[in-house]
Write a protein that binds this ligand. Structure first.
Ligand code: ATP
Ligand code: MG
Length: 349
């Protein structure tokens, strides 16, 4: 059986480099290899509202921005169904029944939720909608019979939780739902790219992002203010590469061709790292190198995005068409689900 692929993003801001290396690259690769049954990308506006309920305009403003980012990185609406979460009411229905299968204690133990609560200072004041978002994510995944989810490592606990729900549902009501697997990037750093502050994961909500849509000047500024080694003051000082964000990014983006093109005095990253550790390489030099690489990666995306943004009616068409397609599948799939629960009271068969 070929995979059914589904993944999504919260429209809490434009998409950033973390999305690019953590998930978007894998999505585009899978899409273009074409070896799947169906591929979906969901703009998770309902989930975004769970912690932005007091600012719905933010979600509204970013919905089309996220869609622009998708098309700019190479998501092709002819191959991938892009849809809006809130326009698929069957998702809310699945969520409602799944809530019976998960304890509050289990939700509180979810490490990603725990971490997000800490970052948002939410603890006791946590809205129950936010606490329940892993359940709604299980609905997103299972409604479409998803088997593969290309995502960053913060999604691993969500996939685990989804599969627990699937097993519980199937054991109570009969084999109905599929389990799924996460597809992480091969490069372990790309699974959780840190923000330019070097502290946390790059995250729209934390303001530590390099956006795919940043101008060349914004990109330069952000790279130049990146966290390196605070004890590496003079060029001759030995430098530390652990926790040095510039090197973390180089681990993801640098390749030998980039060295030939932008830093030919070194053959590869190991050589540069060794020299930096010994002393003799300045931070400005490594930052300029990283800027050149990122600018080369992001320029085509930036240009395509700019072009696409001139025709927002087309973006709307893509979203409406994709959502219609997803809705048709949702309506079909919920029949079996309701039958398993025995709430298909008036069906004839
Ligand atoms: P928010 O701050 O609103 O939660 P976010 O920046 O975390 O936004 P999401 O929409 O939550 O982005 O994540 C969408 C997808 O991108 C998920 O698959 C997630 O794993 C992946 N992702 C997000 N940030 C990173 C990152 N820094 N590194 C790798 N993958 C990431
Ligand atoms: Mg997130």
């Amino acid at each position: 059986m070929k995979d059914i692929i589904l993944t999504g993003d919260r429209p809490t801001g434009k998409l950033h480099l973390g999305h690019f290396v953590g998930s978007l690259k894998n999505r585009v690769k899978l899409q273009n290899e074409g070896n799947y049954d169906k591929m979906y990308i969901m703009i998770a506006d309902c989930q975004a509202l769970t912690d932005n309920f007091d600012n719905p305009m933010k979600i509204r403003e970013n919905l089309r921005e996220v869609a622009l980012d998708y098309l700019a990185v190479g998501i092709d609406p002819e191959k991938t169904i892009i849809f809006v979460q809130s326009m698929i009411p069957e998702l809310a229905e699945y969520t409602f029944y799944f809530m019976n299968l998960v304890s509050v204690a289990r939700l509180m133990r979810n490490p990603t939720v725990k971490n997000e609560l800490k970052l948002k200072n939410m603890d006791e004041s946590i809205p129950s909608g936010f606490l329940n978002y892993p359940i709604s994510q299980a609905a997103d995944i299972t409604l479409f019979n998803t088997t593969l989810v290309p995502a960053g490592i913060d999604q691993e606990p969500m996939i685990e939780q989804t599969n627990e729900i699937v097993r519980k549902f199937n054991s109570l009501y009969g084999e109905t739902l599929n389990e799924c697997k996460i597809l992480l990037p091969d490069n372990s750093v790309a699974r959780r790219l840190p923000g330019i502050d070097g502290n946390n994961k790059m995250s729209k909500s934390l303001g530590n992002c390099i956006y795919l849509s940043d101008s060349e000047e914004e990109l330069r500024k952000k790279v130049m203010m990146m966290y390196t080694d605070p004890n590496h003051v003079k060029i001759e000082d030995p430098g530390n590469i652990d926790g040095n964000t510039v090197f973390t990014y180089l681990d993801v983006f640098a390749n030998d061709d980039y060295f030939k093109k932008y830093l030919p005095e070194y053959q590869n990253l190991d050589e540069l790292k060794n020299h930096y550790k010994k002393g003799g390489v300045g931070d400005v030099k490594i930052k300029k190198f990283l800027f050149n690489i990122l600018n080369e990666e992001l320029t085509p995306i930036r240009i395509k995005r700019e072009e696409l943004s001139k025709n927002m009616d087309y973006i709307d068409e893509v979203l409406i068409e994709g959502t219609n397609k997803a809705r048709m599948v949702a309506k079909e799939n919920i029949v079996k689900f309701k039958k398993a629960l025995g709430i298909n009271y008036f069906d004839k068969d």
